[in-house]
Design a protein around this ligand. Structure first.
Ligand code: IVH
Length: 767
């Protein structure tokens, strides 16, 4: 719409500002956008153009005024209308109870209602509004005087430039914490790395650095979010409770944390604390504690203040998850499949309540990217249950002669060559089971709980068995005798007898345990169960073409390729055959899978990835044949597509001729009947598959690296779970990949468990 007269321009400008403010609020505060980015941009451009044509109509509250201020030389001062206090800390349950006792005693009350809020780990701000408009924003500083960061705060989209709604006071100071959400932080750091800039150590540093930028245009590029948690000076009374104050802040257009909870009594506070501690990793922002505030504002006045902090609030601290320490050495550690992982040996330090002496550096690229060197002082982080990792190096503390770390050319355990296979990030030792490190890791895995579950055969014993040469391959575990065991460190009569008994008991094992135990790359315990339950026998699995695996719900062609590659290696086959001299597979013949081959054929055809062949065409193709190996011979006229496309399809089919013939042989060998009866389309035996996810509901959001959405869905369903499109309180898990959006937030609000990709794979039983 174009506005020609000044009146029309004025009216249009007002309308545009209202619309833009509304969409901003929906997007950044409510997280319920209803407008596409492009449409929003169009509105903003129109407003910018109109304001450029009518500069006299530009106001400081206009959404065009978020960016634009010139870089400053330094920051001015802001005197807070009311001082910005800090909070007293409680480090354990006892200290929180003690706080509650003091509060009750002073008030003479039997029980007190508190408001619990996540203690955000960011930077606290005070923002002053006069007659609805944002006029000034300051950092906390010494509590009384802070730095003037108005122009930077104006760029923060969750901060209203103009207050919305009713009963707006003439003067108002809003208090809140500015943070960078985790997902925004990741994107920010990725972009910095791409530009060759140093990544930020954590979201807090990034937020603090951004707020204190001298150039507001730089600050505007940083994805800052403000959560409002209170009010300083205010020209009107804001109700009777803190809860009402928060509601009022929401109505004026601020983002108020959705986790805020009203809690009756200290026990409810303790429960809330525990709940947030559990959910800490699934929140989209970092928290370092939980704040409890007396809800009733009159009672707050009765309680008053000490010199530093209010007597009506306390912060229950969560264990710090970061600490600094020194890297003593960086050691290459050889895993079960030969992958060499650089591991930093640290001066022990306590992080998140646990003593940490080592941290993985994942791979050489990571060592380079973070530029970690022996002797460096580093920031170590432990989030949830994950392995501690080095976040960043403190460059100022680097010793003079620290050299960049190099990957050794030969395996530290066996001396074999170390290679980096094409296209992979990991280096690996080519020693295979001749390498003592790979062998002892393989034995440990072989004996682990979900594999053969041999009690008494852990890392230490596995290492000794390898070092003494008693075990040179997995099968040797079954040749051990008591005398040999008694020769090992820590083995007396009882331990030796027990271990031998445990080994003896595993001479008969279910197929799935064996499949997992032999350590096929990518095959976790649950995948092994699926393979066993649905494909039935080891011989079949050993010979199966990768395409066949695609028929098994939850497996797929890629894993099929891995399985095939494993069985194509003579060393693996030899090792397995030797094992089978000692092990009998339990109940194998009972499974006898049966395919409705017509449907199997359709699935196989789909999996071949022929050009333009989706499920429908695959089914049409399958319907035209009796046996798979007939497919490539099919005349063009009988194909479900005509002309050149049909010819192309014919060519593609011919390319897969060998595959299809092999598949057909396998299906026939398994006595799989040809039928087009869809009701029997399922692979029999699926009933016997484990369903560890039975009754669980999943929502997928964002993109996963290792799986497509469809694959993820198939796997969940194969394990008995269900995938739905939207998050509700009934959802059990939200799997959030990269760039996950509002579904993730919704899950967070509802307290639904959020799994990142690796947690998801873990749940699926993969490593
Ligand atoms: S209330 C007088 N609520 O913690 C009470 N503070 O040590 C003032 N913080 O400087 C603070 N989340 O930066 C409050 N929900 C929350 C908070 C919070 C984080 C920070 C704030 C303050 C520090 C107090």
């Amino acid at each position: 719409m174009s506005a020609s007269t000044p009146e029309e321009a004025r009216a249009r400008i007002t309308a545009l500002r209202e619309q833009i403010d509304e969409h901003n609020h929906r997007y950044y505060v409510l997280d319920e956008p209803i407008l596409a980015d492009g449409e929003y941009d169009a509105l903003l451009h129109e407003l910018q153009a109109l304001e450029a044509a009518h500069p006299e109509l530009v106001t400081p509250g206009s959404p065009t005024q978020r960016v634009g201020a010139a870089p400053a030389e330094g920051f001015g001062k802001v005197v807070h209308g009311q001082p910005m206090l800090s909070l007293e800390n409680a480090f354990d349950d006892g200290e929180l109870r003690e706080f509650d006792r003091r509060v009750r005693e002073r008030l003479g009350a039997a029980s007190v209602t508190y408001i619990g809020e996540p203690k955000l780990d960011g930077l606290s701000l005070s923002i002053r509004y006069e007659h609805r408009l944002l006029v000034q924003a300051g950092t906390r500083g010494d509590g009384r005087v802070g730095e003037d960061i108005t122009n930077n705060v104006r760029t923060v989209r969750s901060v209203p430039l103009r207050l919305r709604g009713e009963s707006v006071p003439e003067h108002l100071e809003v208090r809140g914490e500015v943070v960078i959400r985790r997902r925004d932080f990741e994107a920010l750091n990725t972009a910095r790395l791409e530009r060759g800039e140093r990544p930020f150590a954590n979201p807090r540093n990034a937020a603090a650095g951004s707020v204190r930028q001298l150039d507001p245009k730089v600050a505007a590029q940083r994805p800052l979010t403000l959560f409002a948690f209170g009010v300083g000076e205010c020209s009107i009374s804001l109700g009777e409770t803190h809860w009402q104050v928060l509601e009022q802040l929401g109505a004026w257009g601020f983002l108020v944390n959705r986790e805020v909870r009203r809690l009756d009594g200290v026990e409810a506070c303790l429960n809330y604390y525990r709940e947030l501690r559990e959910r800490r990793d699934s929140l989209d922002y970092e928290i370092d504690g939980v704040v409890f505030k007396v809800d009733d504002l009159r009672l707050r006045e009765v309680l008053g203040y000490t010199a530093r902090s209010p007597r009506w609030a306390i912060a229950s601290k969560l264990p710090a998850r970061e600490a600094t320490t020194r890297v003593r050495r960086i050691l290459p550690s050889v895993g079960r499949t030969g992958t060499i992982t650089p591991v930093a040996e640290l001066e022990p330090v306590e992080v998140g309540g646990v003593r940490v002496g080592r941290a993985t550096l994942h791979n050489l690229d990571e060592v380079r990217r973070k530029d970690v060197r022996e002797g460096d002082t580093v920031m170590v982080r432990r989030a949830g249950d994950v392995i501690p990792e080095i976040v960043s190096v403190i460059p100022e503390a680097r010793p003079q002669r620290a050299e960049p770390w190099e990957m050794p050319g030969h395996c530290p355990a066996c001396g074999a060559e170390v290679i980096r296979p094409d296209g992979e990030v990991d280096y690996r030792c080519i020693g295979s089971l001749q390498c003592p490190a790979q062998l002892s890791e393989s034995i440990r895995h072989f004996a682990s709980r979900r594999a053969l579950d041999i009690e008494g055969l852990g890392d230490k014993v596995a290492e000794q068995l390898v070092d003494t040469g008693l075990v040179r391959e997995l099968a040797d575990v079954f040749t051990l005798d008591k005398e040999q065991l008694l020769g090992l460190e820590g083995f007396a009569e009882v331990a030796a007898t027990n271990l031998l008994k445990a080994i003896e008991a595993r001479r008969r094992v279910p197929l799935h345990r064996l499949l997992y135990a032999i350590g096929i790359p990518g095959v976790g315990a649950d995948t092994a169960r699926l393979l066993a339950a649905q494909l039935g026998d080891l011989d079949f699995i050993r010979r199966a073409h990768p395409v066949l695996f695609a028929l098994v719900p939850g497996i797929g062609r890629t894993m099929g390729e891995e399985i095939r590659a494993f069985f194509a290696d003579a060393r693996n086959v030899g090792g397995l055959d030797r094992l089978l001299e000692f092990i009998e597979i339990e109940g194998e013949e009972g499974v006898a899978p049966e395919y409705a081959a017509g449907v199997a054929a359709a699935a196989i055809i789909r999996e071949l990835g022929l050009p333009k062949v989706g499920p429908k065409r695959a089914a049409e193709l399958a319907a035209k044949i009796q046996r798979l190996d007939e497919l490539p011979e099919l005349p063009v006229q009988r194909l479900p597509v005509a002309g050149t496309e049909g010819e192309r399809l014919c060519d593609a089919l011919r390319q897969h001729k060998a595959d299809l013939r092999a598949m057909d042989e396998l299906l026939l060998a398994k006595n799989l009947h040809w039928t087009s009866d869809r009701s029997r389309a399922r692979i029999r035996g699926a009933e016997q598959a484990t369903t560890p996810l039975a009754g669980k509901t999943f929502v997928l959001t964002g993109s996963l690296e290792r799986l497509t959405r469809d694959e993820a869905k198939t796997r969940i369903e194969a394990l008995g779970g269900k995938v739905t499109g939207s998050v509700s309180s009934k959802t059990d898990y939200v799997v959030a990949g990269a760039a996950a959006g509002s579904k993730r937030d919704r899950a967070e609000q509802l307290g639904v468990t959020i799994l990142d990709e690796s947690a998801f794979h873990e749940l699926l039983g993969e490593e």
